[in-house]
Design a binder for this molecule. Sequence first.
Ligand code: AMP
Length: 397
Amino acid sequence: MKVLVINCGSSSLKYQLFDMDGEKVLAKGLVERIGIEGARIKHTKTGMESVVVETPIPDHKAGIKLVLDALLDKKHGALSSLDELSAVGHRVVHAGEKFAASVRLDGKVMDALKECVPLAPLHNPANIMGIEAVSDALPRVPQVGVFDTAFHQTMPNTAFLYAVPYGYYEKYGVRRYGFHGTSHYYVAHRAAAILGQPIEKLKIVTCHLGNGSSITAVDGGRSVDTSMGFTPLAGVPMGTRCGDIDPALVAFIAETEQLSFKDIDFLLNKKSGMLGLSGVSSDLRDIEEAAERGESRSKLALQVLAYGIKKYIGAYAAAMGGIDAVVFTAGVGENSATIRAMACEGLGFMGIELDDSRNAIRSKEGLISTDSAKVKVLVVPTDEELVIARDTKRLIG
Ligand code: AMP
């Protein structure tokens, strides 16, 4: 059974073709700069060199056509006919409170996703465009939606409500939703498998630290709290996003800098976080290098990030009444031994203790805590595409 996984952004489209017999990736790629100059597709057949083709790509429909052509290419393709494709699975960012699990896409589901556009105005329209482009190109192939928000629908209202007038929740759906759910789900389950314990018995804090970052409390396999909120701006500091701030800052900046809400939204999403603090870059590698050269603001940025992560680990241990494991994943979590060490430093009192040589691992699964530590700390590379492919296979039968 062959399943195509699609992850559409506003001007990009990532894809992976899976053979579900053995869960092998046959080909993958990235379409970039859709609708702008310099558009291109980078396609890689497993085991072969990548090919890059620059060509005008006016919209997502054209992007999907390019992907299908690449998959059918005699030399670099992985399909001899589109009839081999059993289903397409899509990453969809926001399903509001409408879906707590992946679903097969049909007209009713699409209407529900369109209703969620005000909650994710930057992401859902791109996801919807991708689904519609696939429907046009492959009208008979079933499609499945896998939602970033779904895993967090198990949060209790004590964790998801904000202390603002309750009517805003009822009228506008103002609440914490959380994101990266597919990743948190995957790494929590992998951690349980690595530890050889049933997930139902474990209290895990999953730290998805990438360009966007979120931390989740996973109690018995269910998300019970997560650091991102109504939008992906909340939580720990990220590449360019501020994370948790006092909301009164918005009015203060508006008045003192004479900025509009739109300007401030841009400032907090694109100019803040690690970039804003360090003044160097949003990329943690650049900041680590600058800190090693002795640049004090980069050192400080690393400390602020690590402190933020540490506070969430402590808070979620309290929320769950204990903690068995901490999992690090995504670009920073999988690769930065420095951030992992700094975030766990001083947590010996609650049973978290890293082994320095184990902590040196990058981009592969492994235990990084000491043998005597009560709490197991693991690195687990995330694989959201695999979860999407599995859910797609399950729902298509
Ligand atoms: P992601 O959003 O998961 O792709 O993660 C992107 C982030 O991971 C960027 O901030 C990168 O700097 C960071 N990252 C990737 N590789 C490394 C590395 N070797 N060391 C530190 N950070 C890294």
